[in-house]
Each structure stands twice: as structure tokens, then as C-alpha cells.
Design a protein around this ligand. Structure first.
Ligand code: GDP
Ligand code: IMO
Ligand code: MG
Length: 438
């Protein structure tokens, strides 16, 4: 293809604290793209996709795999628990989804071991009330090892002798750390044998996914980058330390997959019509009492992976403005509009004050974020069902006003509105950038 024509490569990112509905959005869009690629995180993610009478919760495998004939990549920036991956592949197989020849795993991705899970749990227990509220999947400890340059990667798992030597060395070190820091030894029995057996299951998926992806883009094939977690959980830009350990924002797509940032042609931010957060950390617009309970019940706000109740709050435009800047959001998908169908009045946070004075920047430290006072506008609810609506003209006026308020404030188009968990409960208004991407 001519050198100056860039093939479609769109990043889908969470604009809040995760669980925005990225799985649903990616599944909807994936039919228009050749590849879907995960660039960060691991099986801490839970991406729900519902169509027909089927419900899938994808953790590490990109949601695009559910579209027959489409290809999917797990990139170098992800962390892989091979037992969890093999379990996920078994589940997909049982549901009739054949991934052979369609799913590729980076030879450079780092592995999660059982000792990472143990250390995740031990470190959370040691933090007590100050715990992060992790998913206990060993994500943080695995990324710690990667950054400390003692991680073990997928390519090494496929070389038994080298793998054995490295694993023995790392386990000895981990055992010493665990005894010293948490007062109990590690139990490494059976890990080597288990991982060598798992290697046989995933060997066929492993390749240099950067070569694969860049080659595909060179040939004019199109790619959807599937973000996991969300902007406020990003290791650099989120509410540190109450974050995950990877780059969840759009920049992570480039580093995590080995594609140049200049190849990304668009960024779709995903937000709920309100806000949720799982785990600890500041949440300025958090609802309490009956408002929170009503949204949690109507939105079924319980973790897709852990089942934990999600904390619920009003939509926070300060967070979305920040997410727009950090990710370069061109278009916004607003999900779960239907959850507000019975809400008489809807509050929306237009900005923060700190000790009475307005602030325009997201504070860097959680102490300050927990002290900000949100400023709210109250908009009328629509008190009509929007569930399953597929045309923007069929939305109640107050619902359209709510969406226009968001779009006007952020100066960003709303390219998608989701009115239910099912694939076809989706509106893509005409004339948007998003409409031109599919
Ligand atoms: P993700 O991690 O960003 O993919 O989001 P999750 O799958 O963890 O959580 C989103 C939840 O909301 C899932 O249970 C979805 O099935 C559900 N969902 C997505 N979009 C909508 C919507 O528009 N309306 C309703 N009621 N549920 C939705
Ligand atoms: P998806 O992709 C919501 C949160 C955890 C915890 C913090 C650190 O489904 O949106 P970790 O196990 O990553 O070390 O936990 O991050 N967290 C998520 N919250 N959605 C997710 O993923 C999350 N992945 C991690 O609850 O607060
Ligand atoms: Mg989720």
C-alpha cells in the first residue's frame, strides 16, 4: 500500500477505573477489524460479552476471538498465567470457539507463577487496612520481577533446560524474600513439572507478535487494540498506589505490542454513564446509601472475575477530561445508559474544588484526591426505558441532553451509546468518527 496511507489501528481504552464495558465495545467493533490485540494486564481483567443466549467473560484472550475468522494477539506487555490461559482456552473450546490458527501469544510476554500469587496475597495481608484490594492474581509481583529484570518469559518456558535453571534460581531468591518479609517459606513443589506440561499446551500459540502485527499493518490489515483496566488504574497516570501494575492507557498499546505510536490512528475511550471502582483508593464522586445500592442493583455492579461488589458513583467529568488528555481520546463510548432509566435526577461532577478553590488539574497524590470536593450539576432523569434502543432518535430527550452535556463539556464526540449488555443493544450515531472506523 502507498506509504502515506495508514491502515486503521484503533485503541479502545477504559476512561475510568476499569469495567467500563470494554469487552462489549470491542466485541461490537471487532467484526470490522482483522485483529484484536491485548497489550497490558493479565487475568485480573474480566471482559464480558453477551450475544444470543451466550455470556462470555474473557480475561486474557482478546474479546475479538469470539468473531469467527478474526485473529487475536496477546502482546509482550501482558503478563500470562499459563494455567489460567489454558483454563480460558478450555472454556472457549467447550463453548465451540476454536482458536487454532487465530490466537497468537508473544514470545516476550512475562509469566505469572504461583509464587507471584502467594506474594500478592501476603503483601495485601501485610498492608491490612491500607491494602490495594488487588485481584490476588499475582499481577503486581509478576510486573515487579519484569521491571527488576528477573522475570521469566514465555520464550524461556519453551526451552526446558534453560527454564529449569532460571526457575530454580528465582525460586531460591523468592523463598528468601518471603521468609524475611512475610515469615513463611514458599512451596515451590511441582511448579517446574506443571509449567513444562503447560508449555506443551501453549507452544503452538507462541510467536513474535510484533513481527506478526507490523507485517499485518504493512499489508493494510486493520487492528483493534483492547485495553484492560482503565486510565485511573494506570501505573503512571492513575491514583497511585491504588492502581494496577501496567500501562493501561493508549500509550501502552505501542509499548505493549511493539507497534510505533504513529501507527495508532484513533483512540476510543469507554466510560459508563456513571462511575464504578473495585478495590481501595480515592473515589471523589462515590455514592453512598440508597443511591449506591440502586445503581449497584440495576447495573449488576459485581466484579466479573472476583464477584466483589463494585463501589458506585456519579459520572466524573474531571476524570474524563484527564482521560481524554492522557489517552488522546477522539471518540467516546458511553455504556450502561439504561441503568439510569429509573433515576429521577442525575448528578454529574463538572470539576473539583480543593479547600474551597477550583482546581483544574488532577492532583498527583491520593491524599489530595481524597480531599477534593466535587462540584455537581443536577440534570433531570428521563424515567423511561432506553433498554435495547438502537437509534439515537429513539432516546428520550433528557437522555440525549445528558449525553450532549458530556460531549459539550469534554469537546469530544459520543461515537457509541450502549443501552444494554447484549451485542445489539448499541447505538452508533451517524456522521461520527467512530462510524467511519467500522
Ligand atoms: P470491561 O472490564 O470494561 O469489559 O467491563 P465488565 O465486563 O467487567 O463490566 C461491564 C458489565 O456491564 C458487564 O456485566 C456487561 O455485561 C455490562 N454491560 C455492558 N454494557 C452495558 C449496558 O449498556 N447496559 C447494561 N445494563 N449492562 C452493560
Ligand atoms: P478490566 O479490564 C476493574 C483493580 C483491582 C485493584 C487494582 C490492583 O476488567 O476493566 P491488580 O490485581 O491488578 O494488582 O489490582 O486494580 N483492577 C481492576 N478493576 N477492572 C479491571 O480490569 C481491573 N484490573 C485490576 O480491583 O483495585
Ligand atoms: Mg472488567
Amino acid at each position: 500500500m502507498p506509504e502515506n496511507v495508514r491502515t486503521k489501528a484503533i485503541a479502545v481504552v477504559g476512561a475510568q477505573w476499569g469495567d467500563e464495558g470494554k469487552g462489549k465495545v470491542v466485541d461490537y467493533l471487532a467484526s470490522s477489524f482483522d485483529f484484536t490485540a491485548r497489550y497490558a494486564g493479565g487475568h485480573n481483567a474480566g471482559h464480558t460479552v453477551i450475544f444470543g443466549d451466550r455470556r462470555y467473560v474473557l480475561q486474557l484472550v482478546p474479546s475479538g476471538i469470539l468473531r469467527p475468522d478474526k485473529k487475536a494477539i496477546i502482546g509482550a506487555g501482558a503478563v500470562v498465567d499459563p494455567a489460567a490461559l489454558v483454563g480460558e482456552l478450555d472454556n472457549l473450546k467447550r463453548s465451540g470457539i476454536d482458536v487454532r490458527g487465530r490466537l497468537f501469544l508473544s514470545n516476550r510476554a512475562h509469566l505469572i507463577f504461583p509464587y507471584h500469587r502467594e506474594m500478592d496475597k501476603a503483601s495485601e495481608a501485610a498492608l491490612g487496612v491500607a491494602k490495594i484490594g488487588t485481584t490476588s492474581r499475582g499481577i503486581g509481583p509478576a510486573y515487579e520481577d519484569k521491571m527488576a529484570r528477573r522475570g521469566i518469559r514465555v520464550c524461556e518456558m519453551l526451552e526446558p533446560e534453560c527454564f529449569r535453571a532460571k526457575l530454580e534460581r528465582v525460586i531460591a531468591e523468592k523463598d528468601a524474600v518471603s521468609r524475611a518479609a512475610y515469615g513463611h517459606p514458599l512451596d515451590p513443589s511441582g511448579v517446574l513439572e506443571q509449567y513444562l506440561e503447560l508449555a506443551a499446551h501453549i507452544r503452538g500459540l507462541v510467536t513474535d507478535t510484533a513481527v506478526l502485527l507490523n507485517g499485518a499493518l504493512d499489508r493494510g490489515q486493520t487492528v483493534l487494540f483492547e485495553g484492560a483496566q482503565g486510565t485511573m488504574l494506570d501505573i503512571d497516570h492513575g491514583t497511585y498506589p491504588f492502581v494496577t501494575s501496567s500501562s493501561a492507557t493508549s500509550g501502552g498499546a505501542a509499548t505493549g505490542l511493539g507497534v510505533a505510536p504513529t501507527r495508532i490512528t484513533g483512540v476510543l475511550g469507554v466510560t459508563k454513564a456513571y462511575t464504578t471502582r473495585v478495590g481501595s483508593g480515592p473515589f471523589p464522586t462515590e455514592m453512598h446509601g440508597s443511591d449506591a445500592e440502586a445503581v449497584r442493583a440495576r447495573g449488576n455492579e459485581f466484579g466479573a472475575v472476583t464477584g466483589r461488589p463494585r463501589r458506585c458513583g456519579w459520572l466524573d467529568l474531571a476524570v474524563l477530561r484527564y482521560a481524554k488528555m492522557i489517552n488522546g481520546i477522539d471518540s467516546l463510548a458511553v455504556t450502561k445508559l439504561d441503568v439510569f432509566d429509573e433515576q429521577p435526577e442525575i448528578k454529574i461532577c463538572t470539576g473539583y474544588r480543593l479547600r474551597g478553590a477550583p482546581i483544574t488539574e488532577m492532583p498527583p497524590d491520593v491524599e489530595t484526591v481524597s480531599q477534593v470536593e466535587p462540584e455537581y450539576r443536577t440534570l433531570p432523569g428521563w424515567q423511561k426505558s432506553t433498554a435495547g434502543i438502537r437509534d439515537v432518535r429513539d432516546l428520550p430527550v433528557a437522555a440525549r441532553d445528558y449525553l450532549n452535556f458530556i460531549s459539550d463539556d469534554l469537546q469530544v464526540e459520543i461515537g457509541m451509546i450502549s443501552t444494554g449488555p447484549e451485542r445489539d443493544a448499541t447505538i452508533v450515531p451517524r456522521g461520527t468518527k467512530l462510524a467511519s472506523w467500522i
